[in-house]
Write a protein that binds this ligand. Structure first.
Ligand code: 97T
Length: 233
């Protein structure tokens, strides 16, 4: 899979993709991630990416031309990829949407900034608008890191064998069970006896029970009967 990210802060993103699972996936050739500076697609001496809003008001608006130039030069015929604009007004990112994006051969991720992007970018350039949640960011860059991480770890061969099972439970629609490692007692807090029992059947049943209880307590919206399913898309 190829992922192009367009931003006015390339260093903010470059570092985020050089560690851990994303780094390994890149090293293995599972994903080709490239970060582009929007200013490289301007044509004036000052590399201008924003301008005053028509109609007045506070703040600046990102100009359309650099975005169109960037995406049109990154798109290749036959494999245009999906251009995704990160914005608070987009469709909320959840695992089902991540799964769908992960099947794309090519993604072009556009990081707008907080003040806003000319409407023609969302209307005529972006194929899709995505938000990572209901909070305000200074720009799309942190959202791009979230999106890319979630998509890359679903690529075949991105994860090691130990990590691949960890993914399953959220996709199954339940929260994870509690995890413990040594020591068996720390500051008087003991690891549940069942985990030390060596009875694998009992351990499985306990974990299932914990997953259900936790999900019911903390995320009833994830359960069928909890109302307001967040797994729809
Ligand atoms: O708050 C934002 C500002 C710019 C671009 C994206 C966002 C955002 O995306 N998901 C949540 C907020």
């Amino acid at each position: 899979m190829r992922i192009d990210v367009v931003t006015i802060f390339p260093p903010l993103l470059a570092g985020a993709f050089e560690h851990s699972i994303i780094k390994r996936a890149r090293d293995r050739g599972v994903v080709d991630i490239r970060v582009h500076d929007l200013r490289d697609y301007t044509d004036d001496r000052h590399r201008t990416v924003d301008d005053y809003p028509y109609g007045g008001g506070a703040g600046m608006v990102m100009k359309p031309e650099p975005w169109f130039r960037a995406v049109e030069s990154l798109r290749v015929r036959g494999n245009p990829g999906r251009a995704v604009l990160l914005t608070p007004q987009g469709k909320r990112l959840e695992q089902r949407l991540v799964q769908r994006l992960a099947t794309e051969d090519r993604l072009i991720v556009l990081c707008g900034r907080y003040e806003g992007v000319d409407e023609r970018v969302r209307e005529y350039l972006a194929d899709e608008e995505i938000s990572i949640g209901d909070y305000v960011l200074s720009g799309g860059e942190p959202a791009a890191v979230v999106l890319v991480d979630a998509v890359v770890r679903l690529q075949p061969r991105a994860l090691g064998s130990a990590e691949s099972t960890v993914e399953e439970s959220f996709a199954e629609g339940l929260l994870e069970y509690p995890q413990y490692t040594r020591p068996p007692e720390f500051r008087g807090w003991r690891v549940p006896d069942v985990l030390l029992s060596g009875d694998h059947g009992a351990v499985d049943r306990w974990r299932r029970g914990q997953q259900q209880e936790r999900t019911r307590e903390r995320r009833p919206d994830m359960l069928e009967d909890g109302g307001g399913s967040s797994q729809q898309s």
